[in-house]
Design a protein around this ligand. Structure first.
Ligand SMILES: C[S@@+](CC[C@H](N)C(=O)[O-])C[C@H]1O[C@@H](n2cnc3c(N)ncnc32)[C@H](O)[C@@H]1O
Length: 335
């Protein structure tokens, strides 16, 4: 007797977007096959908490349904050895494991996923001005560098030396959908370049800034790896460097969620009339878009107007706290 399990009914046009987001967040049920009819796709999902569900609903709306999914034939995974699905994230050929029993999870991962060459366990939060983390080596090759592929580009990532997360992949695609070839993009906190290089590849004229020398070294190498030469890469403090680009940018990306509010003045100044600022911050569930007051204050301070274009949850950050984005248009020319 086939067993009905949980699936999400999603409009056909949004099916791939939701599938990717579910895979990225580890909630896609690989044991069952996707099914579809003329208007919808039915994606098999694993159980998740309310915050993860809200985050996914912010990307694409869905209806939960119970379905007889056909089983997917697949090679054994770590869950078949461990008896439960371990929580881990993959960057390139490195698995990052945050589980009480890291040695056992690492052994199961190395045995079942041939593409994993190294297993690391974080021993600190993402911390400091450069937003980096420290790791303990658990298994495999002893290194923290890898090549990660995203949206057809290759990135050299040094997990201990510079910030990178694959969990923003869907958000980067959303921004890519808003930028036109020829647009000037100022990426104020570029890291190893996942926003900058994707947009440059699409024909935008990108200025990428980061203060962390390791991130900048990776970013330069990533431009070379992907044969992208029409990008300006600058090492230093965006608070100062952005000032050189007054009223120049069609898009300003502010991906420094904990302290972006301190950089609102140079960001708004850098946007041309009609330019769009993509502002990321961390906010509590009770007041997700509280930073709109800070945007208003900064805009007023330099005599600019602003108009909210889009706001949404990018991903959950901690219980009842989310990483949110506010896209806003700068309405006055700044001299
Ligand atoms: C959260 S990371 C985002 C990196 C990249 N946008 C991404 O999506 O992977 C923030 C980055 O801002 C950089 N940063 C922090 N303060 C800065 C400043 N004042 N000026 C320029 N970059 C800064 C950090 O080194 C880090 O690489």
């Amino acid at each position: 007797m086939p067993e009905k399990t949980l699936g999400w009914k999603v409009c056909r046009k949004d099916g791939e977007k939701m599938r990717r987001a579910l895979v990225e967040m580890g909630y896609f049920d690989r044991n069952r096959k996707i099914s579809s009819d003329e208007s919808h796709v039915y994606l098999p999902v694993l159980g998740m908490n309310e915050a993860a569900e809200a985050e996914l609903r912010a990307i694409v709306d869905f209806e939960p349904v119970m379905i007889d999914f056909s089983p997917e034939k697949r090679a054994p995974g770590p869950e078949d050895i461990l008896g439960y699905r371990p929580s881990f994230e993959v960057v390139g050929d490195i698995a990052l494991v945050e589980d009480g029993d890291e040695e056992r999870v690492a052994a199961a991962l190395m045995f079942t996923c041939k593409s994993i060459k190294t297993v690391l366990a974080p021993i600190s939060d993402v911390e400091g001005e450069y937003r980096t983390r420290r790791f303990r080596h658990v298994a495999g090759e002893v290194r923290t560098t890898t090549i990660h592929k995203e949206h057809g580009l290759r990135y050299l990532v040094d997990l201990e030396g510079a910030y990178f997360t694959p969990r923003l992949g869907t958000e980067r695609l959303r921004i890519a959908g808003l930028v036109k070839p020829g647009d000037v993009v100022l990426d104020m906190f570029a890291g190893v370049g996942p926003f900058s290089l994707l947009l440059a590849k699409m024909g935008a004229s990108v200025i990428a800034i980061d203060k962390n020398p390791v991130a900048v070294r990776c970013l330069r190498e990533n431009a070379r790896l992907n044969k992208i030469s029409h990008i300006e890469i600058l090492e230093g403090d965006s608070a100062q460097i952005a000032g050189r680009y007054k009223s120049r940018a069609d898009h300003v990306i502010m991906n420094l969620p904990h302290t972006a509010s301190s950089f609102l003045l140079p960001a708004i100044q850098a946007a041309r009339t009609g330019g769009v600022v993509h502002y990321y911050c961390i906010a509590s569930e009770d007041d997700l878009y509280k930073d709109e007051a800070l945007i208003e204050k900064a805009a007023q301070e330099i005599g600019a107007g602003w108009e909210s274009l889009y706001k949404g949850i990018v991903r959950s950050y901690a219980p009842r706290r989310h990483n949110v984005v506010i896209d806003f248009r700068v309405k006055k020319s700044i001299i």
